[in-house]
Design a protein around this ligand. Structure first.
Ligand SMILES: [Zn+2]
Ligand SMILES: [Zn+2]
Length: 451
């Protein structure tokens, strides 16, 4: 199976399933597939795709009746906080990857802002070993750009790349110094791994706790202006162009940032970007009640910003959806708004939340949403899942009509700080196959029959 899986990704289980999915409505925009099909999963790959009723199940094959369900290529999230090592009370590799599988994901990338920070090859190697015991779906690990994420001295990028680092990021913090960023771009090129950038200018963000605008003024809370993000993205896009480096902008929150990225792409800069479900669906108006489940960095911004991000995702200026799944303990999120930590969970709700608020009302095509949810690994050289014959078996089965309340039945994640807690959503993942293994099966979706 390893030959079918990126050698930089790790997971525990490699017992390949043999499953015949019968009569699913397959939507795979890259393969130009939008029709009812049978799909046979065997030996880690999509062994056959055919019209319903045309594929005979091999002996011992599980047969799944997917009538009324959609089959999508499974999703890839390039931005997840597994809180391991250091805060396993909030999440660990097992719970984080289970949460991802429940959301329809077949691969995720973990951020290095842990305790200790993933800034040396020994820390990275020990994490990868743990993932080979605990991870439900393939996980790739990123390493820090600077030692201790202090923004001063670069990590040993070449050695970290050899040890399997998928990308470099100081996520949680920006790289303040333009000189350090320039150097990082020179070394990322040599290491052949992109930089994923958390963009804000600390001298503009200061002690802000939400978007700077009308709502922050009314609430009397310190604000983080949009230009804190967009000016740093402009700086780094220019530096990347100058050094011919490759950058990926994390969690775009501001209209101005979308414009900067659009211009940089048009000029040929090697830049990609992600949008998170909460920035696509919520605004600073949702912060009026001071619910700490609406506190994250970058913050929820204005309606104009939100609309620009939706349009950016639709047009492709923003390449993919990333959850920035950031588990926090209940006690810490119960602190007053100004003191509570920034970050929300999102792996289990990403598809359903965007489907409910953008696809159902006709604001975003289902095919576009599926494409942007599957494309998250592409900036990092991770193959985009597809339902074509001979591809690695990465798919999820989704009931687009199923309604459910977020949090009602608990979470697979160890933490409960979901931005959409209590919301009724439409669309539910029933089953996820990741690299040929059944990684998730909803309780009610039992094994149907075995041939
Ligand atoms: Zn960040
Ligand atoms: Zn993050």
């Amino acid at each position: 199976m390893t030959e079918l899986m990126d050698s930089r990704l790790d997971r525990s289980d490699d017992r390949h399933a043999t499953v015949l999915v019968r009569d699913a409505r397959a939507v795979d925009p890259r393969a130009k597939l939008d029709e009812a099909v049978d799909i046979l999963v065997r030996a880690g790959e999509i062994a056959a795709v055919g019209k319903p009723g045309t594929i005979e199940p091999p002996d011992g094959c599980e047969v799944v009746d997917a009538t009324g369900l959609h089959a999508f290529p499974a999703f890839v999230d390039p931005h997840v906080h597994l809180r391991t090592p250091g805060r396993e009370d909030e999440e660990d590799i097992a719970t984080g990857t289970r949460s991802a599988a429940a959301g329809g994901y077949c691969a995720i990338l973990a951020m290095p802002n842990t305790d200790p920070v993933v800034d040396s090859a020994p820390v990275l190697r020990s994490l990868r070993e743990r993932a080979r015991v605990e991870a439900r779906i393939p996980v790739g690990f990123t390493a820090a750009i600077t030692v201790g994420q202090r923004g001063e001295e670069l990590t040993e990028m070449a050695e970290l790349a050899d040890a399997g680092a998928v990308a470099f990021t100081d996520d949680g913090l920006p790289v303040r110094s333009a000189g350090v960023m320039r150097q990082a771009l020179q070394y990322q090129k040599l290491a052949g791994r992109p930089l994923a950038l958390h963009e804000e200018d600390p001298s503009l963000s200061r002690d802000g706790v939400m978007h700077e605008g009308e709502v922050s003024a009314v609430l009397g809370l310190a604000g983080i202006p949009s230009v804190s993000e967009s000016t740093m993205v402009a700086r780094d896009a220019q530096l990347a162009a100058y050094e011919d480096g490759q950058i990926h902008v994390q969690h775009v929150s501001a209209r101005e940032t979308v414009e900067v990225i659009e211009r940089a792409k048009a000029a040929g800069t090697r830049i990609t970007a992600e949008a998170s479900p909460h920035h696509l669906l919520l605004t600073d108006e949702d912060v009026r009640g001071l619910d700490t489940h609406r506190k994250m960095n970058p913050p929820l911004r204005s309606e104009a910003d939100r609309l620009a991000i939706v349009e950016g995702l639709r047009s492709g200026v923003l390449d993919c959806v990333a959850t920035d799944h950031a588990p926090h303990s209940r006690e810490e999120k119960e602190d007053p708004f100004e003191l509570a930590p920034m970050g929300v969970t999102g792996l289990e709700t990403a598809f359903a939340a965007i489907h409910t608020d953008l696809v159902v009302p006709g604001l975003l095509g289902l095919d576009v949403l599926v494409e942007r949810l599957t494309a998250g690994g592409e900036p990092f050289g991770i193959a985009v899942p597809t339902l074509t014959k001979g591809s690695p078996a990465n798919l999820c089965l989704v009931d687009l009509a199923a309604e459910w309340e977020v949090g009602e039945a608990g979470y697979e994640s160890r933490s409960a700080n979901c931005a959409f807690a209590g919301r009724r959503l439409v669309g539910r993942v029933r089953m996820t196959v990741a690299a040929g293994v059944v990684a998730y099966r909803e309780r009610s979706f039992a094994i149907a029959s075995v041939a």
